[in-house]
Write a protein that binds this ligand. Structure first.
Ligand SMILES: Cc1ncc(COP(=O)(O)O)c(C=O)c1O
Length: 477
């Protein structure tokens, strides 16, 4: 059994893995294979079950995983908000995978915990938060938002002991579903999230926000704060943070900004103005695994006032930390849902140390520039429609080859085209329902995407639409 832990065996397999990954990365980032080789879920399950039964050697396992994987770094992956990992960060992350020190408490927290604090303080400063800001890294934006909302509840309602179900937050109707989920986890039910309509640009509407507060104040619910999106998942649009900050200040409400996607824009001079007002937030969430080139998951949860970071989980755990070290930043598990954690600090620190902020700026500017260029191409194409001109790096559009078609026919056509494209594997895009209609959606996360990929995407959508139409008119009913 002990031989299974042999260092030389690790060295040998590790070299094979790194070599195979580097070769794979070269071709995937160059757009050589398809984005993915589609398999129906049951077929994929049978495939992997069979290999486990029949046995598989390490080399075959490596190559088969790579062949069968979705290639995030592929220039024609224009789907979800998952960006390519900076290879240098992935390489350093390997250290965390083998050392695997839980780092919930400082006794086993070196070096990830102090690294984590360095990164959090730098991020807080880039966002313009005061020096008093502090926070913690956690596993994902969903958990990050829950962590921040728990602190809001404790700071404003003091409900850690009593539970308190009578609370609510005001949230844009475009917010990510995890905010609603967090409210329900806290026992607030569906009344716990008061949905605020958006304006024509899909940003939280200020008149609607004022109305929502007035309406809710006459109910039983105690409004704790506002959750703003920067940017929102479907469209990437930024809520008017400055106006919302003024509103929260005048109404004495907590401002939480879900900047899981757009918080990264603070690293770009050009994109930074989109975040104006974020520096006034009480809490902010930023995902490093979206626009910050880190492997998932790693999310910063920042609090304007350091003490709020200790209020999400006001608990004692004598076997882990001392109750008298009330604000001991070095015992991270005090402030996260996780007890054992991956060495998240390594990833985020490696990004800043080996990638650097100027790389982030170039990356963000490039993704936004490509998105705007794609918007221009769509506007110039008579058979395509934009939902809105994008301000970040997410764009919603649809193919309308026949202006006499009913809205339902256009919806069905776009749904069918997308499904076909995903199965074919040469492009990956997603879809959303907006204004009651189906739109195709692309997040531009990929520095490898070029203008000719975009021209080819539009052509593919047209070609697929024509093929589907031909097949539907020739197939027997
Ligand atoms: C605005 C926003 N918030 C939160 C989340 C959830 O983040 P995670 O997937 O890291 O849990 C997402 C995910 O897409 C998002 O877009």
């Amino acid at each position: 059994m002990i031989e299974a832990f042999d260092a030389e065996a690790f060295r040998s397999l590790g070299h094979q893995v790194v070599d195979a990954l580097a070769d794979h990365w070269k071709v995937a980032a160059a757009g050589d294979p398809p984005v993915q080789r589609w398999m129906e879920p049951e077929d994929a399950f049978a495939f992997w079950e069979e290999r486990l039964k029949s046995g598989v050697d390490p080399r075959t396992l490596i190559t088969t995983i790579l062949e069968r994987s979705f290639h995030v770094a592929h220039p024609r992956n224009l789907g979800h908000q998952v960006g390519p990992v900076l290879p240098a960060v992935a390489a350093i992350d390997l250290i965390g995978n083998l050392l695997d020190i839980g780092n919930g408490v400082y006794e086993v927290g070196q070096p990830a915990t102090p690294m984590e604090r360095v990164v959090l303080q730098r991020l807080a400063s880039v966002l313009g938060l005061p020096q008093s800001a502090d926070g913690v890294l956690t596993s994902g934006g969903s958990l990050g938002n829950l962590t921040a909302l728990l602190a809001m509840r404790q700071a404003r309602g003091g409900a850690w002991e009593s539970g308190g179900h009578e609370y609510a937050v005001l949230v844009s109707e475009e917010s990510h579903y995890c905010v609603d989920r967090a409210a329900r986890i806290m026992g607030w039910g569906q009344e716990g999230v008061i949905r605020v309509p958006v304006d024509a640009a899909y940003r939280m509407s200020m008149p609607a926000l004022r109305n929502a507060l007035t309406r809710t104040r006459v109910s039983e619910r105690h409004i704790l704060g506002v959750v703003a999106s920067a940017g929102s998942t479907a469209t990437g649009q930024m809520d008017p943070l400055e106006d919302i900050a003024n509103f929260c200040a005048s109404e004495d409400l907590w401002l939480h900004v879900d900047a899981a996607h757009g918080g990264a824009f603070a690293f770009s001079q050009k994109a930074r103005p989109l975040l104006r007002g974020i520096e006034r937030a009480d809490s902010v969430v930023v995902d490093f695994h979206k626009m910050l080139l880190c492997p998932s998951l790693v999310t910063a949860v920042l609090f304007r006032r350091a003490e709020h970071s200790y209020q999400s989980f006001a608990q004692e755990a004598g076997y882990l930390w001392r109750a008298d070290d009330e604000h001991a930043w070095w015992d991270a598990a005090k402030r996260t849902l996780e007890c054992t954690r991956p060495m998240l600090g390594l990833r985020a620190y490696a990004l800043l140390a080996l990638g650097g902020e100027s790389l982030l700026e170039t990356y963000i500017d490039r993704c936004r520039a490509r998105t705007l260029r794609f918007a221009e191409m769509i506007e110039a194409a008579p058979d395509f429609e934009l939902l809105i001109v994008p301000e970040s790096n997410i764009i919603c559009y649809r193919h309308v080859p026949d202006r006499n078609a009913s809205p339902e026919e256009v919806d069905h056509l776009n749904q069918a085209i997308r499904e076909h494209l995903v199965r074919e594997g040469y492009f990956y895009i997603v879809q959303v329902e907006k204004a009651g209609r189906t739109y195709l959606r692309s997040a531009f996360m990929n520095p490898f995407t070029e203008e000719f990929d975009l021209a080819e995407l539009l052509e593919s959508l047209r070609r697929t639409g024509q093929t589907l139409k031909r097949n539907s008119t020739t197939s027997p009913s």
